[in-house]
Design a protein around this ligand. Structure first.
Ligand SMILES: Nc1ncnc2c1ncn2[C@@H]1O[C@H](COP(=O)(O)OP(=O)(O)OP(=O)(O)O)[C@@H](O)[C@H]1O
Ligand SMILES: [Mn+2]
Length: 417
């Protein structure tokens, strides 16, 4: 009898093991099989497990890059009917300078880079050498000349050295990609100083032209413009630079001298959108390495005006230095527009550099940035995200993310995830 009991117990134990094994077997197979097969989840995205992590990130990266490039790469060869120079006048409002996407952006960039120059004069205000150009049809523009090669490294303080013309161009496109639309249109352009400038130059500008080592040079008039020792030279007669569309004349600017920190920190409501605009700008400036926003401008008599993001030229000086102080408005306030956060989050893990590379390909002066600068931007973005995450850990998402009526509107669902 005792032997029989033992057999029964052994049988029960065996059955329990056998049944259990049968129950988990399909699951083991399932997980083995899903190693390469995507599984659709609720949100429509596909997930891959453990081993195939690379497949997951590659696919996701590719899709994000494609979506952004499709949206923000401009077609420089599009033909648009009507008078193009009038278009930006129709576009502008207190909260944006141009729309998110429009065929006229490509057409206008093309026109900026090609239009006949009918008059050239000294630069308007500021410390940096530039020219004021009037283009065929009466459109005003600013020309900021090239001083550096794209892989030159500017040592010293982040605002040292003359302008980086490429920074002005990249800044315009990055501003769009971040969803801000707060910078005037900028294109790269090569000007022939003998043929395009001298014949139409004001005498005051003409007086500052000289020749050095067989190259045509000028020193203009500005705070740091002293004479030939501070001039800029072309290669022969050809000078590259950034050409910036002048804002519509009716939209006057108001200059603010006080830094944000001392004046505005404790009074968010009374300021309307200003504080969040300043945080947006800090994010933008940190990415491009622009530590030179010592003053800023808004539209005069527009209470809800954007902070106009003019002058991104003191950027991309040193790709191996990340200037933490630029981010002070972000890490001291721990507040950021939700819309900006969503953008930044979608551009993480290398999406930003890949999108920018492709968007910038269309510019006549491409390539506009050395590889180290693209790497710097991805690294800086990661740092921004980590600061925001520290903030949400500390204060909670409800406090950190701001959804105000001044946040930009988008034409598609790219930003509603
Ligand atoms: N595209 C534009 N449309 C309208 N106004 C402009 C434009 N670009 C520049 N300005 C005006 O000219 C001023 C000087 O321009 P900018 O800041 O580019 O020059 P800068 O020499 O780099 O000046 P700073 O040394 O102060 O940085 C601006 O503050 C603005 O008032
Ligand atoms: Mn400047």
């Amino acid at each position: 009898m005792r032997l029989k009991t033992r057999f029964i117990i052994l049988g029960v134990i065996f059955s329990v093991f056998f049944i259990s094994f049968k129950m988990i077997e399909p699951e083991l197979e399932g997980s083995r099989g899903s190693g390469h097969a995507p599984v659709d989840s609720d949100d429509g995205s596909q997930h891959y497990d453990g081993r195939s992590k690379d497949v997951f990130s590659d696919e996701k990266l590719k899709r994000s890059v494609e979506r952004y490039v499709n949206k923000y790469a401009v077609d420089w060869n599009v033909t648009v009917a009507g008078s193009l120079w009038n278009v930006p006048v129709q576009w502008i409002n207190a909260r944006e300078i141009h729309p998110e996407i429009a065929p006229e952006i490509g057409a206008l960039l093309h026109k900026l880079s090609m239009s006949k120059i009918v008059r050239a004069g000294l630069g308007h205000r500021g410390t940096q050498l530039k020219m004021t150009l009037i283009l065929d049809g009466g459109q005003r523009a600013v020309f900021k000349p090239k001083w550096y090669q794209i892989d030159d490294i500017v040592k010293g303080k982040p605002y040292d050295g003359p302008d980086r013309h490429n920074g002005e161009i990249v800044g315009f496109h990055l501003n769009r990609i971040l969803g801000y639309r707060r910078s005037p249109l900028v294109a790269g352009r090569v000007v022939d100083m003998e043929k395009e400038i001298k014949p139409v130059a004001d005498q005051s500008l003409l007086d500052t032209f000289y020749v050095k080592d067989g190259n045509v040079c000028f020193f203009g008039k500005c705070m740091y413009c002293k004479g030939p020792e501070t001039g800029v030279c072309g290669e022969g007669s050809l000078l590259e630079g950034a050409i910036v569309l002048w804002l519509p004349e009716k939209w006057k600017l108001k200059n603010w001298r006080h830094p944000w920190g001392r004046t505005y920190r404790n009074d968010i409501k009374a300021l309307g959108p200003r504080l969040m605009d300043i945080v947006d700008a800090a994010v933008f400036d940190y990415l491009i390495g622009n530590a030179d926003r010592h003053h800023y401008e808004t539209f005069k008599d527009q209470p809800d005006s954007i902070m106009v993001m003019l002058d991104s030229a003191k950027s991309f000086g040193n790709p191996y230095h990340d200037e933490e102080s630029i981010l002070a408005p972000l890490y001291q306030c721990c507040r950021l527009r939700k819309s900006t956060w969503i953008r930044l989050d979608q551009l993480r893990d290398g999406v930003l550099s890949r999108v920018l590379r492709q968007v910038l390909l269309h510019d006549p002066l491409s390539p506009l940035l050395a590889d180290a600068h693209y790497e710097a931007m991805d690294r800086r973005l990661k740092h921004i995200l980590s600061i925001v995450e520290e903030c949400t850990d500390k204060d909670g998402e409800l406090h950190v993310f701001v959804q105000d009526k001044y946040s930009p509107q988008y034409v598609d669902e790219l930003d509603h995830s």
